[in-house]
Design a protein around this ligand. Structure first.
Ligand code: ADP
Length: 515
């Protein structure tokens, strides 16, 4: 094959993808290829014979001449631009474009030429710049992200600390966070401190282990219903302390409940108050019932002596004659006894009321017990039935330190019962004996006695035995006596046999001491 080498070089020259510019030693353009014409917008004719600077940005025109001259002194194949210093070419229309130029010097027939390869790097520069700005942006973003992470971590630590502090000072309770196995992940609160539990010692242990089986079952029932939007509440007991548990689920970022928050309030004090209130309410109700019972009983008991007084006083008026003095005395005695009955009922009422409202004060004095008993007997002489006698063991004097008023009330109450529940002509014995620190007062009658099966109810309010038939009474006396004896730190017992008689025994400390 015979190839026209000239044509081949020319064709190769023009089909190169870079601009090829052939320049002589003085910088004049000798030849350009098609790509150069395309790149710079000049015609071939316009370029040939021109200085090569025509293709360069005007800002290089001056300096380039010197650069070109020094290049020719020491020519070598090299790049005219690198990444740092961008080179700009200039088109015919005056617009500039970034270019890369590689210089290839050669000699032909003793003359020096340089073949410059020019490529338009607008696209690659743009790409490079984009890449650079992306890199910068990425770096900036990364930095921002890092700062954000640091800031958030700080915030998180701060809020964590804050939450911990809040939890630590959570009054009267504990804030617990459990994992899905119901083991502690977190626990803080004043109640832990009070119970001397170190929060860290709980981590990883079972929350449920502190409860008894029934509480455990109740809590488990609630835990099964746990959700993130409604609170499950229940009350439980731990070591005689009452707690209210409020349970709510904590969801993770996938919206799955993986932890449980249990806010545990110590409601022992509240429970105690509730119980006290309940007790007070029961007592108040009881008292209300008692009072209304007492009022109906008292009004019934008042009627008998009042009608006796009324009938006796109207009968007295009719006994005008001298010889009817006996009848008059009989009726005045009836009036006196009725008035005594009324007084007793009123006394019972007053004592009952005082005791109910807790208004009894114990006032301690030193006195002779036998003298006090004699004085009480004097007062109730009028109650004695016909032929009844008091037998008092007077052998010794007994000095005591107690409340004389309460003691007198006790003695009067017991002796008036002995009189009331015994027949005319019977004897009531009052015996006092002393031990080292206590004193015993026995009041014995030979009256109707108390049925054995009813004896255990004797000191109950309003209790009256079945055998009292129409003997007047309120059923309050013994209840009051027992309370008074207890106020004096003593105790009361009795022995009784139906239709044989009863003995009431009061034992008191010789010297009362406030316990
Ligand atoms: P009251 O005498 O006003 O009924 P008390 O509380 O003093 O009330 O006594 C309660 C009951 O105890 C009496 O109703 C009576 O049944 C019985 N009782 C008390 N003392 C005696 C006694 N000495 N002998 C027999 N029964 C008595």
């Amino acid at each position: 094959m015979n190839i026209d080498m000239n044509l081949l070089y020319k064709t190769a020259f023009n089909s190169a993808n870079e601009g090829l510019v052939l320049v002589n030693k003085t910088g004049e353009i000798i030849e350009v290829n098609t790509k150069t014409i395309k790149l710079f917008g000049y015609s071939k004719e316009e370029l040939l014979g021109q200085k090569v600077e025509i293709l360069m940005s005007s800002k290089y025109h001056k300096s380039h001449v010197a650069t070109r001259n020094s290049y020719h002194k020491k020519p070598s194949a090299r790049e005219m631009s690198n990444e740092k210093s961008h080179l700009f070419g200039m088109r015919k229309d005056g617009t500039e474009m970034p270019i890369n130029i590689s210089l290839n010097p050669f000699e032909m027939e003793g003359e020096r030429f340089v073949l410059a390869l020019i490529s338009d790097v607008t696209k690659s520069r743009k790409l490079l710049e984009e890449l650079k700005s992306t890199k910068d942006n990425l770096f900036k973003l990364n930095l921002e992200l890092e700062n954000l992470v640091i800031k958030r971590t700080k915030q998180l630590r701060k809020s964590q600390k804050l939450y911990q502090l809040i939890a630590q000072s959570f009054p009267n309770g504990i804030i617990n966070v459990l994992n899905s196995e119901y083991e502690y992940v977190f626990a803080e609160g004043k109640d832990l401190k009070n119970r001397k539990i170190v929060p860290d010692s709980l981590i990883g242990t079972s929350f449920l282990s502190q409860f008894n089986e029934s509480s455990k079952a109740n809590i488990l029932d609630k835990l099964k219903l746990v959700s993130t939007d409604s609170i499950q509440s229940l009350q439980v007991e731990i070591d005689e302390c009452y707690y209210e548990l409020n349970i709510i689920g904590l969801a993770n970022s996938d919206n799955v409940i993986d932890q449980i928050l249990i806010v545990q309030f110590n409601i022992s004090q509240l429970k105690k108050h509730e119980k006290e209130q309940e007790r007070a309410l029961v007592k108040e109700r009881e008292l209300g019932v008692m009072k209304s019972r007492f009022v109906s009983m008292a009004s019934h008991e008042f009627r008998t002596p009042l009608s006796a007084i009324l009938s006796s006083s109207s009968l007295i008026e009719k006994y005008e004659k001298e010889e009817q003095q006996g009848n008059r005395l009989k009726h005045t005695a009836r009036i006196k006894s009725s008035v005594n009955n009324l007084t007793n009922i009123l006394n019972d009422f007053l004592s009952f009321d005082k005791l109910s409202s807790g208004n009894i004060n114990v006032t301690i004095e030193r006195f002779d017990l036998m003298e006090a008993i004699e004085a009480a007997l004097d007062e109730i002489q009028v109650l004695k039935k016909k032929g009844q006698k008091f037998i008092v063991d007077k052998d010794a004097t007994h000095t005591v330190e107690s409340d004389p008023k309460l003691l007198k009330n006790i003695i009067i109450n017991l002796i008036s019962n002995a009189i009331k529940y015994s027949d005319e002509g019977s004897e009531v014995e009052i015996r006092v004996s002393e031990k080292k620190e206590s004193i015993k007062i026995e009041i014995k009658d030979s009256g109707i006695g108390i049925p054995e099966e009813e004896q255990k109810k004797m000191f109950q309010r309003f209790f009256r035995a079945g055998n009292v038939s129409n003997i007047q009474g309120t059923g309050l006396g013994l209840n009051i006596v027992k309370k008074y004896v207890e106020l004096l730190n003593g105790n009361i017992t009795f022995e009784s046999k139906l239709n044989v008689g009863s003995t009431f025994i009061v034992t008191l400390p010789k010297i009362f001491s406030h316990v």
